[in-house]
Design a protein around this ligand. Structure first.
Ligand code: ADP
Length: 417
């Protein structure tokens, strides 16, 4: 089998191979998780971790399989909220970290577990911090989960940015408090999420009022309609207004959040929105089978994908699928819409079913071809490969780029025997 790598760099191959490998690893690690919910805030202290931990608790109490990942590297407070101290994650045989179980269906992993002690701040420089975050995403054995709730570092800097880049198909929730300054920060967060193409579920206004512990009367602390206004301006829902709740604060600050479950009724609207995501999925009992096969098959939501196409000696798409002298495999970053790696391989001899099986075995997500017989198409589709037929002959790199940019010209199937 011959192998030619693109040496010109014209296809955008200048991405660090380690980064590509890491991103693939992250996608495999998160492959068994159905919904990834990132909790963000424009600044610290608005209750982001409390909200993330409470949402995770409520979802777990409802019977979902939930993980909570605390990547707030400057103030990893989720272990404290759950009363987990001096914990070190166990390791699997494959050297993946095992999250700490809170209950049968709620597990926790925190960057705090890797710090020497909970008083030590993380004073590493940027690239090291990003490396740590990447490790968190790739080296944790989550298994199968319905929800992973991610407590993101506050702000719109490099750390939240790399987190959002790494998680395929994440959905975001922004936490804010109602006062004027917080509003500005959150507006930045909204712009940030839009730039990152994050599917924003909505805004949560925390500490929006104070509930008197004696008479239960609700008192507005900050004037104005911060959360409501922001949500309206940004065209995203205001998911909930959470009152300042003394009992919740006490429980959260004393590591007893789970015991304060009754204090979380104001979180109901958020959990309802998240549960609806789950209802859109097939029945829970099928989830195991789905996730198991999903890890073996290419996933539609992988950020790094492989596109294959039959090519001739001039690197032009060959309309004769079964007789092409080579197949080009492009590893692409579907988010950045660039080709990051390319190789051309000689296919095995043309026997019925052999080439489609071989293409799927290369980890191909999508085959772009001029024409294709029905039996070959079926083999590919059964193996999870998307098949696009009717692609006109052209330079292979151009086709890959057009496909990424949704500008590919598709005609009819040019060969269906
Ligand atoms: P962040 O993650 O945004 O820095 P935290 O979740 O750590 O913020 O919350 C900061 C403080 O505010 C904590 O002491 C927490 O217990 C308290 N807190 C957060 N939300 C509420 C709430 N709705 N009611 C009462 N206290 C809250």
């Amino acid at each position: 089998m011959s192998e030619n790598s693109c040496s010109t760099g014209s296809c955008g191959m200048n991405q660090n191979p380690e980064q590509i490998a890491r991103q693939r690893q992250v996608e495999r690690t998160l492959g068994g998780i159905k919904h990834k919910i990132v909790v963000l805030s424009g600044k610290g202290g608005v209750g982001k971790s409390t909200v993330a931990a409470s949402i995770a608790t409520k979802l777990a109490v409802e019977g979902h399989r939930v993980g909570i990942l605390d990547v707030d590297i400057h103030g990893p407070s989720v272990p404290r909220i759950f009363g987990v101290k001096n914990e070190r994650p166990g390791m699997t045989d494959e050297e993946k970290m095992i999250p700490v179980p809170m209950t049968d269906n709620l597990k926790l992993m925190s960057v705090g577990f890797l710090l020497p002690n909970d008083k030590e701040a993380l004073i590493w420089r940027g690239p090291l911090k990003i490396g740590l975050i990447e490790q968190f995403f790739s080296d944790v054995d989550w298994g199968e989960l319905d929800y992973l709730v991610v407590d993101c570092p506050p702000g719109t800097g490099d750390e939240p940015l790399s987190i959002l880049q790494m998680i395929p198909n994440a959905r975001g929730i922004i936490v804010t408090t109602p006062q004027g300054l917080a509003v500005e920060d959150v507006q930045k967060s909204i712009t940030f999420c839009k730039k990152m193409n994050l599917d924003l579920l909505g805004i949560v206004e925390n500490m929006s009022s104070f509930q008197c512990p004696h008479c239960a009367e609700s008192i507005e602390i900050f004037p104005g309609k911060g959360g409501e206004m922001m949500a309206k301006d940004a065209g995203v829902p205001l998911l909930a207004k959470l009152p300042l709740n003394h009992k919740l604060m006490e429980a959260s600050d004393n590591g007893k959040l789970m015991q304060a479950f009754k204090e979380m009724s104001s979180f109901d609207p958020i959990v309802k929105v998240l549960s609806e995501l789950e209802e859109m999925q097939p029945a829970k009992k099928e989830a195991g089978t789905m996730a198991a096969s999903a890890t073996q098959m290419p996933r539609k939501d992988d950020r790094i994908q492989t596109i294959a196409m039959p090519v001739d000696a001039n690197n032009v798409l060959d309309a004769h699928f079964g007789h092409a002298s080579g197949f080009a495999f492009f590893v692409v970053d579907t988010q950045k819409k660039i080709v990051v790696e390319k190789k051309t391989l000689t296919p095995p001899a043309h026997e019925p079913g052999v080439i489609p099986t071989w293409i799927a075995a290369q980890g191909t997500h999508t085959l772009l071809t001029g024409g294709l017989g029905e039996s070959a198409r079926k083999i590919l589709v059964d193996k999870g490969v998307d098949v696009v037929v009717g692609v006109s002959s052209d330079n292979a790199e151009k086709i890959a780029k057009d496909y990424l940019n949704n500008t590919l010209n598709i005609a009819g199937n040019q060969c269906n025997h």
